[in-house]
Ligand binder design. Structure first.
Ligand SMILES: NC(=O)c1ccc[n+]([C@@H]2O[C@H](COP(=O)([O-])OP(=O)(O)OC[C@H]3O[C@@H](n4cnc5c(N)ncnc54)[C@H](O)[C@@H]3O)[C@@H](O)[C@H]2O)c1
Ligand SMILES: O=C(O)[C@H](O)[C@H](O)COP(=O)(O)O
Length: 393
């Protein structure tokens, strides 16, 4: 390509200054992305909220699409291949952010329920970048982890985490979902947790979904939760985003607006990976380093107990704040209010509120780089090391 390309980018993408040497960047809203904005553009950079398909791209001059995400279910990859449009995404960019979100949920639930981590069996559905990061942290705190991943079994993959059946995973104390959303192929994940599988789960279990909403049949889940028979549930993702059914939100232990991966580092790394890929495609230098943004942080107290570890993690991120804000945005009162106090918002307002929460999401850093100066009990040393914490006593 000889001319300077025009790059259309989602306005919620950080660190777009990386692209200043590669083309002229123009930002646009991602949901909905105005098709007219693509006129004359060669490059389109999106996040998960933009459906990228023939309807959006046919007749445009876009030749490169980048998605600063791990998931690709919003992109019609077959169409892009047929149309000769190059595609890049960001595998692994925010895996540690999601793993920290899951670790906090497990620690808080275990503390609240008097469960010893060393006796917890954790089942992961999907053992890719996120599943492996989650397993690394949970094994380090003493949990026994098993995963179900049929594509890896069929490929004969050697995995550090033992692979079992989905049924074995669903029988664990904690179940965490880390699969892509797929509707075709030998192992589709749409409604993988359907009514029948959900019926086998009990209130003694913890179910966490940070992958994609439609992997769980949300109506069936709500029916189980309203009957008092469902698992304690953490949902970061919802079947009809940006819609969040107030009844389902009221029934879960914790809900958040699809932000499990929203660390500053995860988002910046996603942009940086696209910058590298675009530079390679254009055949130009793209050797800028990933912008480093985490400030110096210090934890001066000891890390002796599970509660200490949770308190340390909470310096970076307080999940109940996301839960509170999401409830407010969907018209629910603070925890415990009756159904009569729910504010009846329209779908349009709820959808706008959901996207607004994500757009204005606060600065949240991963734990990596935190300096601990207090005494660390041997039992927590491995997890702190895997979190990238620097222990200096
Ligand atoms: N909430 C968030 O902010 C957030 C952040 C990152 C990723 N995600 C979601 O999490 C998903 C997983 O991320 P990842 O980085 O681990 O992806 P990945 O591609 O590295 O791993 C996915 C794994 O799932 C396995 N898999 C596929 N179908 C399966 C099935 N039917 N049963 C069991 N395993 C199956 C694959 O073999 C693979 O090992 C992404 O596709 C994305 O949708 C959400
Ligand atoms: O797949 C992912 O990486 C995440 O789900 C995704 O990044 C969520 O954030 P968004 O792209 O919608 O801003």
């Amino acid at each position: 390509m000889t001319n300077v390309p025009t790059i259309i980018a989602d306005e919620n993408m950080p660190a777009l200054e990386l692209f200043s040497g590669l083309g002229e960047v123009r930002t646009v809203p991602g949901r909905p992305l105005p098709r007219a904005a693509l006129t004359g553009a060669q490059v389109l950079l999106v996040r998960s909220v933009t459906r990228v398909d023939e309807a959006l791209l046919a007749g445009t001059s876009v030749r490169f699409v980048g998605s600063a995400t791990i998931g690709t279910d919003h992109v019609d990859l077959d169409y892009l291949a047929r149309a000769g449009i190059r595609f890049a995404h960001a595998p692994g960019c925010n895996a540690m952010a999601v793993a920290e979100y899951v670790l906090q949920a497990v620690l808080a639930w275990a503390l609240d329920n008097g469960r010893a981590l060393q006796r917890l069996r954790v089942g992961l559905v999907g053992l890719g970048n996120v599943g492996r990061s989650v397993a690394g942290l949970l094994e380090a705190v003493g949990c026994t982890v098993v995963a179900s991943d049929p594509p890896q079994v069929e490929a004969g993959a050697q995995t550090a985490v033992p692979l079992g059946t989905l049924e074995q995973v669903l029988a664990c104390d904690v179940i965490s979902l880390h699969v892509p959303l797929t509707t075709a192929g030998p192992h589709p994940t749409h409604h993988l947790l359907d009514a029948a599988r959900l019926a086998a789960l009990t209130p003694a279990q913890l179910l966490i979904n940070t992958c994609r909403g439609p992997v769980i049949d949300n109506r069936a889940l709500l029916a189980r939760l309203e009957a008092g028979q469902g698992p304690v549930t953490v949902l970061d993702v919802w079947e009809q985003e940006p819609q969040v059914p107030p009844a389902l939100l009221a029934a879960v232990w914790r809900g958040s607006p699809h932000i499990a991966g929203y660390s500053v580092e995860g988002k910046v790394r996603g942009t940086w990976m696209l910058y590298r890929a675009l530079g390679q495609w254009l055949g130009v230098d793209a050797s800028r380093a990933m912008p480093q943004q985490a400030p110096v942080r210090t934890w001066e107290a000891p890390v002796a107990s599970m509660a200490d570890l949770l308190a340390l993690l909470r310096t970076a991120y307080r999940p109940e704040e996301d839960h509170r804000l999401l409830r407010e945005a969907m018209g629910l009162p603070p925890e415990g209010g009756s159904r009569e106090t729910w504010v009846p918002l329209t779908d349009v307002t709820r959808g706008t509120n959901f996207d607004q929460l994500r757009k204005t999401y606060r600065v949240r850093h991963e734990t990596a780089g935190l300096r601990v100066t207090g005494a660390v009990a041997p039992v927590w040393q491995t997890v702190l090391s895997r979190l990238g914490v620097v222990v200096s006593q």
